[in-house]
Every structure is written in structure tokens, then in C-alpha cells.
Design a protein around this ligand. Structure first.
Ligand code: C2E
Ligand code: MG
Ligand code: MG
Length: 604
């Protein structure tokens, strides 16, 4: 309760000894001023009894002003603030002319407490007043609004959960009040599959899903724990008290199961998952930011190492994160700095070793780290939305290159250019990106083959079908990359308009020796053939693998045995301009003889 330097609406009356310009006596002027304000004005004597009460006391607090005269002021003040109020009045007595502000609960005639602001001005030594003047106003509306604004500032508007600001504050408080090791835990929860619900079913459904998730999360914890939505599809839980380190895992397990149960939205069943990172205080130098960051890091790890449900933070995760953050920053500039290039690996017709096309494989020539393969940065680019821009550049670059290599193509056939596209690129925008790359390069669309992984087809059956059909109708071909990894149901194969299967390296690895993989590879080949698809075996390294595939009737292959991914001039050298005039019945490619001096030495 600091003294108010300029009481806003207090009745400002100064002692005047001389005649006033208006000629009115001071008392009359005072009354006129009091009548002109909607505030309640009370004048209290040294005995704390009310000597005067203005008319608005009736409308604002329900009392007849005349009836209040003579009553003790303390009768109106809430017991909790009585001492404070008394101190203000004592100050007023001691310091004539002073002005103070106090907020207190005032008893309303309708039997309720009203939050009231009082400006207390001491006019005891003013002969016209000789009392302490209180300007009162009901500020409960203002307080309600303030409370609403405060709520808004600390809560997520959509779900009503605590927001990041409040959560961080609570964690900070928890860390200081529970200094022992393992007495505070933060669970960082990131939904899996939310984005695709939001993208395919609309934001209204997405919002409702988030609200349902919020309700379920809140039910997984005790009332004293804090659940927050940190933004997007990120949630967090704060647990504090003895033994929370142990209960954190149990709660993580509960959250995991609860969130994974199906949701009904607009009559449709939707399922999502959650990745959880757990960080627990160490008892040494814990901070709210540190704990949140560690839980976030552990969550990230949990996402990457599916099917782990939750992961505990470990200190070495820091270095990995810093590295990652730095790499993302550098990747943003990699395109502009011409650090990205495309290498090409020949696709070979196994019967005679002729090069029928290439697969484009992205490389990042990092100024300090050297040459980086896509495993080091494509995931980063996907997570940070950079993949679209990079992917479009790859398309332009490879189409341009493919157009150059077409000049050797014999009549009626094409040199195939396979380009990998990641799941994130598979949006309706891809069709336009492909069109403009192909058009700009003057490349026949059928020379371009887009490679997608089979998991995309399974997870996004609905929207993929339309997209693939659009691409197909434009004329580009589609291949399923890394085929055979992970999925047992192959029914989708006949439904989607794919042209080619690429048998994953893991099957090829075991070839040449009797094994279940050998049988699987044979089955994939037969399946592919029965569907009229071309088959390319990936990762052929040894003569035994090569021979086995050829004997099984696999038509095409790629692998180090023929050539590693090479820069364009490497492929130029291999092609060597030696066109092999071979009109292939498969509308896939033109074919080229592998020159004798090239890297390709075909074992027979
Ligand atoms: P992928 O499409 O399955 O490509 C084949 C990978 O196997 C390539 O790795 C290639 O260098 C490697 N490889 C080829 N022959 C052999 C062999 O005989 N033995 C072994 N051990 N490996 C062989 P790379 O270049 O590191 O690419 C890895 C993955 O990155 C690719 O797998 C592809 O999924 C992705 N990728 C490459 N370029 C792009 C791109 O431009 N965009 C996107 N979105 N992804 C790309
Ligand atoms: Mg590929
Ligand atoms: Mg592959």
C-alpha cells in the first residue's frame, strides 16, 4: 500500500484562507465537488467514526448515507484488512495533507464483500473539513477483468491448460522448494501423428483433438500436478514431491496408453501416439529452463528411437542437441552457398551390365565436416520444413541433368532419372514442383521416376492415392523404395499406381547363401512380376549377390559392385558417349553400354 502521489479521483480541496474567486464559501465548494463525483466520499474523524457520507454510498454499497453517520468505519472493513486499514488512518492522522491508496473488502448492505479501492486524504487540519476524506469505489469488475487477463496470460486459450509461461514459473517454484535430488520431474510429451490429422481433416477437428488430449492428460495426474500445453502438439507435466522420480515412469506409461486410445471425431475414429521425455532434478544447480530443455531433448530421443515410449534424459544428449542446432542453422544456408550437390548412382540391366539410368542421391559438402550423406541431414531438413525447398532444387537439378543425358537416348526410349522424395514433400504442391522442373528442363516426364517409401502409402492411404494419380496422369513414373521393410500386408500394391519396386538392400545382403531372405527376395520378385512392375535390387556388393539376382530373373540392379554414387562427370565418363542402341521393350529407359575402362566390371 504505497502512498499515492497523485490520487486520481480524490476530491482535491486545498486549504484557502483568502476569498475564493467564485466568491463561494469553502464548505459550499467542497460539497459541490463531492456532488460532482460518482465516487463514494466518506469523511471520518479521529475517532474513526463516519461524519459524512455522500449519496453514491446508496447506489454503490446499498447504505443510506444519513444512517451511516456516527457509525464506526471499521464496521465496513473486512477483518483481514482491518489492521492495514487502521495503519493507513494512523498515517493520515500523523501527516496532514498526505494521500494514500488502499484496496480492501467492504461489506455491502446486500451481505457480500466488495473489492473496494480507497484514496485516503488527510484533511484533519483543514478547518472546512477537519477529517480524513475517503474516496471509495467498487473495483471488483476491474479485478475480475484483471483476473481474466491474468488467466489468459498464463493459460492456453484452446485447452484451458497452463501455458508455457505459467508452466515454467511453476517448475521454477518447484525446483526452489524441492531442492533434493529426484524431487521434481518434468515430462515433455509430443504427439505423434497429430499433424496428419490436422492436415487431412482440418483445423477444427485438430483443435477438438487437442482438447480431448488435454482432458485425458489432466486425468492421468494428481490434482496437485501441473499439465500444460506448451504450443502446437506439445504438452508437459510437472510432478513434485518425494519419490516423483519413481512415479514419473508410471505416469508416462499411463499417459502413453491413455493418449493412444482411439478418439471419435465427427463419427470417425482417429488414433494418435505420444513420445515422452522425462527429466528429473539432480539436486545440483537445477533450473526450470534446464529441466524443460532436458525433458525436450529426451522426448526428441524417444521420437527418434521408436518404439520407445519414453526416454530419460542423459547428459550426453546435450552435445548431440547442440550439434543438431548448429547443423540446422548451417543447412538453412547450404543451398544458397552451393554446398548441396547431387550424386548419381547408375542403375544397371543385370543381364548385360548396361546403364539404363541413374538414381539421384543428395550430398552436402559441409565446409568443416566434409561430405555428408542424406542420413545426416535429410531428417533435419524434414523436421525444419527445409525439405520442400531442397527437394524442389533437387528436382530442378536432376531434371536438368537428365535432359542432358537424354541426348544419347536412342529413338523410342528414355534414360531414367530416379529422384527420392520424402514423405514431407508429398503434398499437392509437389505436382506443380515436378511440372515446372520437367518443363524448365524440357525433359519427357516419363524419364523421371519418383521414389517413395512404402510406409508413406500405408500411413496416408487416402491422400496419397489422389496425389499419385495426379503425378501419373502427368506422365512421371513412381517407384517404391526400400521395398520389403516393415510391412506384411501387400494389398496396397495393386491399388496404387506404382511402376517399379526397389528391393531393399537388407534382402540383397543375404543372397548367395541359403537363407530366409533369399526366399523372400524370390517372392518379392515373383510378386512384382505378377503385377507387371519393374524390379530393381538395391545394394549389390558381391559377385555372389549379383549372380543370385540375375539367376532369379531380377532385371535391374544398383550397388557398389557397379558404381558408387558419382558426381555428374563420373557418370559422363562411364557413359563415355558410347550409346548402346538398344530399344528396350520396357518403357523405362534408354540403355547404354558400360564402357570397358569404366568402374563397372561385371563379374560373370
Ligand atoms: P535410398 O534411396 O535407398 O538410396 C540408396 C542408398 O544406398 C544410398 O545411400 C546409396 O549410396 C546406398 N548404396 C547404393 N549402393 C550400395 C551398396 O552397394 N552398398 C551399400 N551399403 N549402400 C549402397 P545415400 O546416398 O546415403 O542415401 C541414403 C538415403 O537418403 C536414400 O536411400 C534416400 O532415401 C535418401 N535420399 C537421398 N537423396 C535424397 C534426396 O534428394 N531427397 C530425399 N528426400 N531423400 C534422399
Ligand atoms: Mg532411393
Ligand atoms: Mg532404397
Amino acid at each position: 500500500m504505497a502512498p499515492s502521489p497523485t490520487p486520481r479521483r480524490s476530491v482535491r480541496v486545498r486549504r484557502r484562507q483568502e476569498a475564493l474567486p467564485s466568491g463561494l464559501p469553502v464548505e459550499q465548494l467542497l460539497l459541490a465537488a463531492v456532488a460532482g463525483t460518482s465516487d463514494v466520499v466518506l469523511v471520518v474523524g479521529r475517532d474513526r467514526a463516519i461524519r459524512y457520507a455522500s449519496a453514491p454510498l446508496a447506489t454503490q454499497f446499498g447504505y443510506d448515507p444519513a444512517a451511516m453517520v456516527g457509525r464506526s468505519l471499521s464496521w465496513l472493513v473486512h477483518a483481514d484488512q482491518e489492521a492495514q486499514f487502521d495503519a493507513v488512518l494512523t498515517q493520515a492522522e500523523l501527516r496532514p495533507g498526505s494521500s494514500q491508496r488502499i484496496e480492501f473488502g467492504m461489506w455491502h448492505a446486500q451481505e457480500r464483500w466488495v473489492i473496494t479501492e480507497a484514496i485516503v486524504t488527510s484533511m484533519l487540519d483543514d478547518p472546512a473539513v477537519q477529517g480524513i476524506v475517503l474516496n471509495l469505489r467498487d473495483v471488483s469488475d476491474r479485478r475480475d477483468l484483471e483476473a481474466a487477463l491474468r488467466h489468459q496470460a498464463f493459460h492456453d486459450a484452446l485447452t484451458g491448460l497452463a501455458n508455457r509461461v505459467l508452466f515454467t514459473e511453476r517448475v521454477a517454484h518447484a525446483v526452489t522448494t524441492n531442492p533434493d535430488e529426484g524431487s521434481v520431474a518434468v515430462l515433455f510429451c509430443d504427439l505423434d501423428g497429430f499433424k496428419s490429422v490436422n492436415d487431412t481433416q482440418g483445423h477444427a477437428i485438430g483443435d477438438r483433438l487437442l482438447c480431448l488430449v488435454a482432458e485425458r492428460m489432466a486425468r492421468c495426474v494428481r490434482a496437485s500436478d501441473t499439465v500444460a500445453r506448451l504450443g502446437g502438439d506439445e504438452f508437459a507435466v510437472l510432478l513434485e514431491g518425494q519419490g516423483v522420480a519413481a512415479s514419473a515412469e508410471l505416469i508416462a506409461e499411463t499417459i502413453f496408453r491413455t493418449i493412444a486410445a482411439p478418439y471419435m471425431l465427427d463419427g470417425r475414429e482417429v488414433t494418435i501416439g505420444v513420445s515422452i521425455g522425462i527429466a528429473v532434478t539432480t539436486g545440483v544447480g537445477d533450473t526450470a529452463d534446464g529441466l524443460l530443455r532436458n525433458a525436450d531433448l529426451a522426448m526428441y530421443k524417444s521420437k527418434a528411437s521408436h518404439p520407445h515410449r519414453w526416454v530419460h534424459f542423459e547428459s550426453q544428449m546435450h552435445a548431440a542437441l547442440l550439434d543438431r542446432v548448429q547443423l540446422v542453422g548451417e543447412l538453412r544456408h547450404a543451398l544458397a552457398r552451393h554446398e548441396l550437390t547431387v550424386y548419381y548412382q547408375p542403375t544397371v540391366e543385370l543381364a548385360d551390365g548396361r546403364i539404363v539410368g541413374t538414381e539421384a542421391l543428395l550430398r552436402w559438402h559441409h565446409p568443416r565436416r566434409g561430405e555428408l550423406t542424406p542420413d545426416h541431414f535429410v531428417g533435419l531438413a524434414e523436421d525444419n520444413g527445409l525439405i520442400t525447398e531442397i527437394g524442389e532444387w533437387v528436382l530442378r537439378e536432376t531434371c536438368r541433368q537428365a535432359a542432358l543425358w537424354q541426348q544419347w537416348a536412342p529413338e523410342g526410349s528414355l534414360f531414367s532419372m530416379a529422384v527420392n522424395v520424402s514423405a514431407r514433400q508429398l503434398t499437392p504442391d509437389l505436382v506443380q514442383a515436378v511440372r515446372s522442373a520437367v518443363d524448365a528442363a524440357g525433359l519427357p516426364p516419363a524419364a523421371l521416376m519418383l521414389e517413395i517409401t512404402e510406409s508413406v502409402l500405408i500411413e496416408r492411404t487416402g491422400d496419397m492415392m489422389a496425389l499419385m494419380q495426379q503425378l501419373k496422369s502427368f506422365g512421371v513414373r513412381l517407384a517404391l523404395d526400400d521395398f520389403g521393410t516393415g510391412y506384411s500386408s501387400l494389398s496396397y500394391l495393386s491399388r496404387f499406381p506404382v511402376d517399379c519396386l526397389k528391393i531393399d538392400r537388407s534382402f540383397v545382403k543375404a543372397l548367395g547363401s541359403p537363407s530366409s531372405e533369399t526366399e523372400l527376395a524370390r517372392t518379392i520378385l515373383r510378386l512384382s512380376e505378377s503385377l507387371g512392375l519393374a524390379t530393381i535390387a538395391e545394394g549389390i556388393e558381391t559377385p555372389a549377390q549379383y549372380a543370385a539376382l540375375r539367376d532369379m530373373g531380377c532385371r535391374y540392379g544398383q550397388g557398389f559392385i557397379f558404381a558408387r554414387p558419382l558426381p555428374p562427370h563420373g557418370i559422363d565418363e562411364m557413359l563415355g558417349g558410347r550409346l548402346f542402341a538398344h530399344a528396350s521393350p520396357v518403357p523405362m529407359h534408354a540403355t547404354y553400354e558400360v564402357p570397358r575402362q569404366s568402374a563397372v566390371r561385371l563379374p560373370r
